[in-house]
Design a binder for this molecule. Structure first.
Ligand code: FAD
Length: 489
């Protein structure tokens, strides 16, 4: 059992979910956050009557949230008003060429059949596999900690790994089922949520189709900020204390053991420190070199998930052709993936995502207005300057106007651009990555950085760099793994 003093550096979903669990286990928990609010990448920004979710906007994998809240004998619905979106989202292939993915599977199967004769049956087969992979992954793979290669190479896991198509690429796998490029794009785009590319990520991630088509796309009324509030409230109920606007400057180590942290204001003692700030940044900036588990070279060699070029736009009118979630797929999307992963550069043409949460919750915008969030995945480490920002702003708005068939530019009453520099300044992100470490086979499970430090006793890490990886549900699981590790130490 607990009864230890724990300091958590950072209050992203990783920090919040670890805090609740560690406090429940009897520890005295203090979360120290650099910024003015909890949530990390899932911060909210309020401006002139608009409430923007700054990061995540898709509430997927509701089972993970249920499982987390059940750890406290609670249900997510006790903290939020959750609605299932229908349609789940709209995909634009061109101006007058778009499809809606419904909450009703039958409608989606009919849609696939229209796009490619025979695809209905193929999709049933694909979804069956996807569900099977999801169940196995959740049961035997995702909720487990992997410290050593031997944990990963257990015969059962190797057998399951083959069944999970760990050793094939997602795009090649989808090609076995569908000829239609449109269908493959619909099934593969979710890999971007995991910071990967369908041409490089394992086919295991076809499990996202089960998440998408069977489990559905949900939304907490008020925005994803309400999900942050839920985790924050739950942690406070467990007795967790918080300090905001207080960046941690150093992790204090004595005799190979962590003894606390130094912030810009204070020194705090503790028996355990859990780092939720970006692993790569924290190791290199908060620890003396001799205490780092991974070298600078190690981080340089990692494949990073994309950064993002984001727009937060408040409009004084609603947009007619956009729904809550909208995706535009650029015809040669492979080129955009290359610009992110193979030859990093600002893309000339690109796929992008637009969310208008005011379609579901009018309170997130001014009266008769629209709350618009635009996300273009771009490579990390690019030159992020004012000229490029404005160039992409104009390009994006022009293309959105083309899809929407209406003027947008003259109706913008709130505008904010957020890119690499902001990720680094606001979240201490390494090379301005939005999402952390990409999900490639070589960065899966045991190949992701460990939850416990190799060099310093009682120093731990949780968040999107650890196993299982990127996305709010994954980060919550990371903290469940971490709290078990600490409990059974
Ligand atoms: C634009 C965008 C869209 C996304 N969309 C989705 C989505 O739709 N659905 C989904 O599930 N996921 C989505 N994600 C991914 C998801 O948001 C992340 O995987 C997750 O929020 C990461 O949580 P974390 O706790 O690991 O890190 P973070 O949220 O980054 O938390 C780390 C915290 O540490 C703090 N910190 C850093 N340095 C210090 C310091 N020195 N002292 C104190 N505190 C410090 C930071 O301020 C931050 O609060 C999206 C991410 C982005 C950026």
């Amino acid at each position: 059992m607990g009864e230890k003093k724990v300091i958590i550096v950072g209050s992203g979903f990783g920090g919040l979910s670890a805090a609740g669990l560690l406090a429940r286990d009897g520890n005295e928990v203090l979360v120290i956050e650099k910024n003015e609010q909890p949530g990390g990448r899932a911060s909210i920004w309020e401006k002139d009557g608009f409430i923007f979710d700054m990061g995540p906007s898709w509430y997927l994998m509701p089972d993970v949230f249920e499982k987390y809240f059940a750890e406290f004998g609670k249900k997510p619905e006790q903290y939020m008003d959750l609605v299932r979106l229908d349609p789940s989202y709209r995909i634009f292939f061109d101006k007058d060429d778009f499809v809606d993915i419904s909450a009703d599977l039958k409608k989606n199967l009919d849609l696939f059949e229209q796009i490619e004769p025979g695809a209905k049956e193929k999709m049933r087969e694909y979804l069956k596999l996807s569900e099977y992979e999801y169940d196995i992954a959740m049961k035997d793979f995702i909720y487990k900690d992997y410290k050593h290669l031997i944990d990963f190479l257990k015969p059962k896991l190797i057998v399951e790994g083959t069944k999970l198509h760990m050793f094939q690429k997602l795009d090649g796998f989808a090609q076995r089922f569908f000829k239609s490029e449109k269908i493959r794009k619909i099934l593969e785009y979710t890999i971007v949520f995991l910071g990967g590319s369908p041409f490089e990520s394992p086919a295991l991630y076809c499990l996202m189709s089960h998440v998408d088509f069977n489990m559905g796309v949900w939304f907490p009324k008020g925005g994803m900020g309400k999900l942050v509030e839920a985790f924050y409230e739950l942690a406070k109920e467990q007795g967790v204390k918080f300090k905001f606007n207080e960046p941690v400057e150093k992790i204090l180590v004595e005799n190979g053991k962590v003894v606390g942290v130094k912030t810009t204001n204070n020194k705090y003692k503790s028996n355990i420190v859990v780092v939720n700030a970006d692993y790569a940044w924290a190791e290199q900036n908060l620890l003396e070199e001799k205490y780092r588990s991974y070298s600078e070279k190690y981080w340089e060699k990692r494949k990073f998930a994309p950064s993002a070029y984001l727009l937060y736009l408040g409009l004084d009118k609603p947009l007619k052709r956009f729904i809550h979630h909208n995706l535009y797929f650029y015809p040669n999307w492979e080129k955009h993936f290359d610009d992110i992963f193979k030859n990093p550069k600002w893309p000339e043409d690109f796929s992008y995502y637009v969310s208008c949460i005011s379609k579901t919750d009018k309170k997130t915008a001014i009266r008769n207005g629209e709350n618009v969030f635009v996300f273009i995945p771009v490579a990390t480490g690019l030159n992020d300057n004012e000229i490029t920002r404005e160039k992409y702003f104009n390009k994006t708005i022009e293309h959105m106007e083309f899809l929407a068939g209406e003027n947008i530019k003259d109706h913008i009453v709130v505008k904010r651009i957020f890119a690499h520099k902001d990720f680094s300044n606001r979240y201490n992100s390494y090379k301005g990555t939005a999402l952390g470490l990409a999900h490639t086979l070589k960065q899966t499970a045991v190949f992701r950085p460990r939850h416990d430090s190799k060099k310093v006793k009682n120093l731990y890490y949780t968040g999107h760099y650890n196993h299982p990886g990127i996305g709010v549900p994954m980060v919550i699981i990371s903290s469940q793994i971490l709290s078990n590790l600490i409990k059974h130490k």
